[in-house]
Design a protein around this ligand. Structure first.
Ligand SMILES: [Fe+2]
Length: 362
């Protein structure tokens, strides 16, 4: 590992001096990295055991920090302007997001489905932008491949990790404030990251506890919050409470909130669709013995959440994966769920407008 680390360090100092010549421009950082790393073989870092060897090197040890991003996050280089981080995914996932940095991403281990979206904002209020999210491009990131992360809100994307583990390495700039706060994207809106603060998290923990044994108090407190909080606070609360609110006991709370106005209605639509997105994503990760096509099909449904998007994803993947594999993958994925989950899956396929597709194609 020491030999590889020395090579990494010399590559990074070449990148530093080439990048300095273009004024450390975040927009152009990926071009420099792309060129300077064309013959750098980082594949050994796809092994967790090799990452552990690096972790014990003094220069790497002191850089470590707590991060909830990915299932194991290791930072192996940082010079104050840019850094190298390794993200290991063993079933974890993130929402559609954009970036306040630029980078080159190396797919070290496992394949992943990458879906890029267009988001058109129609109305902005506080930390929320209401609009529509549509698939622009889809591709499979193959083990050994590289891709470019552009800064700002130009390429909101979602990555679905097919391999377990899937390991990514990023050579990336530090956060660049002029691109603004990063956003998460949902089917009918985009939301800035910063809404999820400590107070909101504590409220959510408290509601979670109440929901277990004191459903009356849970209901009373949630209704009070929904009456007194901002739209964005309500959105994060409803998103995080997730499928709990779709249970029969509480479904009137969502309905009453949706009846308050058009933005509240869009917000509730997003919460319901997002529950479906999470359902397929989570089941794809948690169901044992899924093969590549079954996982990919469940992820394609999750990434699309409506029929038009799904058809786009399937045709865009056409060069790598035969469309037939995705439709039959979806069928066999559904048969591997238990009967309760099968009913939930069918409910969401219905909401996504994919029920006919799921039945007719399979
Ligand atoms: Fe990303």
């Amino acid at each position: 590992m020491e030999k590889l680390y020395k090579e990494i360090e010399s590559t990074m100092s070449r990148i530093e001096s080439k990048w300095q010549k273009i004024n450390y421009s975040t927009d152009h950082f990926p071009e420099v990295v792309w060129k300077e790393t064309s013959s750098l073989d980082l594949s050994a870092l796809g092994e967790v055991s090799n990452q552990l060897k690096l972790l014990d090197m003094p220069g790497v040890r002191f850089q470590q920090q707590r991060s909830t991003f990915s299932d194991l996050y290791v930072q192996i280089f940082h010079n104050g302007r840019f850094m190298i981080e390794i993200l290991n995914w063993w079933g974890g996932h993130v929402n559609v997001h954009d970036h306040d940095f630029s980078a080159v991403q190396f797919q070290l281990k496992g394949d992943a489905l990458n879906v890029v979206y267009d988001f058109k904002a129609e109305q902005e209020t506080g930390a929320l932008r209401f609009g529509s999210l549509n698939v622009r491009e889809s591709e499979i990131w193959k083990e050994g491949g590289r891709s470019i992360v552009r800064p700002g809100d130009v390429d909101p994307h979602s990555v679905f990790h097919i391999g377990e583990p899937t390991t990514s390495l990023l050579i990336r700039t530090i956060a660049t404030p002029r691109y603004g706060a990063q956003s998460n994207y949902f089917p009918t809106l985009a939301a800035h990251y910063y809404v999820s603060n400590d107070i909101q998290r504590k409220k959510l923990t408290a509601l979670g506890l109440l929901s277990r044994k004191a459903s009356k108090e849970f209901r009373m407190n949630l209704e009070k919050f929904l009456d007194t909080q901002s739209l964005s606070e309500n959105f994060f609360m409803l998103i995080k409470l997730g499928s709990l609110l779709l249970q029969e006991d509480y479904s009137d709370i969502l309905q009453n909130y949706a009846d308050k106005g058009s933005l509240e209605k869009k917000l509730v639509d997003s919460v319901v669709l997002n529950n479906g997105i999470d359902f397929f994503k989570t089941k794809a990760n948690e169901t044992s013995d899924l093969n590549y096509d079954e996982k990919l099909a469940a992820f394609a449904v999750s990434a699309s959440c409506n029929l038009g998007n799904l058809q786009k994803v399937i045709s865009q993947l056409g060069n790598t994966v035969n469309p037939e594999r995705i439709s039959s993958g979806l069928k066999s994925f559904l048969t591997k769920l238990d009967s309760g989950d099968q009913a939930v899956a069918e409910g969401y396929l219905d909401i996504f407008g994919m029920a006919e597709f799921a039945n007719e194609k399979v």
